[in-house]
Design a protein around this ligand. Structure first.
Ligand code: AMP
Ligand code: MG
Length: 307
């Protein structure tokens, strides 16, 4: 029932929020300029930050993008799944130029979440979908979060809590050397095993190619302090693992056993819970910068960014 309504909303050029295995997406028909514009409006997203296009299968991607050898390898091993591949558009590409911010490349993903797949299958088109949150704000990992962001203005397909809780890994294969543009739900090392010449970026060397990575992102309404050694009087604590940190007001632990996957899954949910103007800020415990911790720390650094 939800899928049927979702398909008709998409066919009418409107927006639908839907679950994926990473986070909730705010989707629309990727080939309809007016529909795509509505996404930028609704999210207050800068027009220079392109959207990820979601496809039902690899043949549908082939109709829009040029696969090189690396793309064939990654797609065979990691699709469907939380991997976005940036590829050159092919000559017949019909995706809206607005969705790709006028670039000659296109960001492609085949999600594995059964609801997302069913929606794509029955819509039988391409869904452009960024995360279902207001630009620069906390990412939504449940229907409740989407409602918090957009109220009742859009149709939402409920798929429970997101499996990974953190966005897809974005890999650029549009040039000679493969490069991570955004660390995410698939750990860099898994991609490096398939593509040994992969370049993993650090923050100081962020390519202009991924415009969405350049500014404040994923932010709650109150300030964040990272890698804290102590907690201030009016701060709440987002803890990780076992340590001596204590908040006088409130504390939530991302993972008592220092499990980074569990921490990723809890990250945005707990940030929503702690994001309350009655606190002076959120103190965040150090989180190991390896495996999934790389994506978690990437999000936290941007969330803590102040102009
Ligand atoms: P979001 O949809 O909010 O999860 O963000 C999508 C991410 O993919 C953003 O960081 C975009 O900048 C990036 N992206 C989308 N399309 C492209 C593209 N053609 N080239 C480079 N990065 C892209
Ligand atoms: Mg986003």
């Amino acid at each position: 029932m939800q899928i049927k309504k979702g398909v008709s909303v998409l066919k009418n050029g409107k927006l639908v929020a839907f679950p994926t295995e990473t986070v909730y997406g705010l989707g629309t028909d990727a080939e309809n300029d007016d529909a795509v514009l509505k996404i930028f409006e609704m999210k207050n997203r800068p027009m220079f930050n392109p959207l990820i296009c979601h496809f039902k299968d690899i043949d549908a991607v082939r109709q829009q993008a040029v696969f090189n050898k690396d793309a064939e390898k990654l797609a065979a091993k990691l699709w469907p799944g939380p991997l976005t591949i940036v590829m050159n558009k092919n000559k017949k590409c019909t995706v809206s130029n607005i969705a790709s911010s006028g670039l000659r490349t296109i960001a492609c993903r085949i999600p594995s979440n059964p609801i997302a797949r069913d929606l794509l299958e029955k819509f039988n088109g391409i869904i452009a979908a960024p995360s279902a949150n207001i630009s620069s704000r906390l990412t939504a990992t449940s229907k409740k979060h989407v409602v918090k962001n957009f109220g009742k203005k859009i149709f939402i397909i409920d798929g429970g809590t997101s499996e990974f809780g953190i966005e897809s890994t974005v890999v650029d294969l549009s040039q000679e050397t493969p490069r991570i543009l955004r660390p995410g739900a698939i750990e860099n090392k898994i991609i490096k095993e398939i593509l040994p010449n992969l370049i993993e970026n650090d923050d100081n060397n962020m390519p202009i190619k991924s415009p969405g990575q350049l500014y404040k992102h994923y932010s709650p309404n109150i300030p964040l302090r990272l890698n804290v050694k102590d907690v201030k009087k009016n701060e709440v604590l987002l803890n990780f693992g076992k340590n001596n940190l204590k908040s006088r007001i409130k504390e939530i632990n991302l993972s008592i056993n220092s499990d980074l996957r569990e921490a990723a899954k809890n990250l945005f949910k707990f940030l929503y819970e702690l994001d309350n103007k009655k606190y002076s800020g959120i103190a965040i415990a150090p989180i190991d910068n390896k495996g999934m911790g790389i994506a978690i720390n990437d999000r936290l650094k941007r969330a803590a960014f102040t102009e």
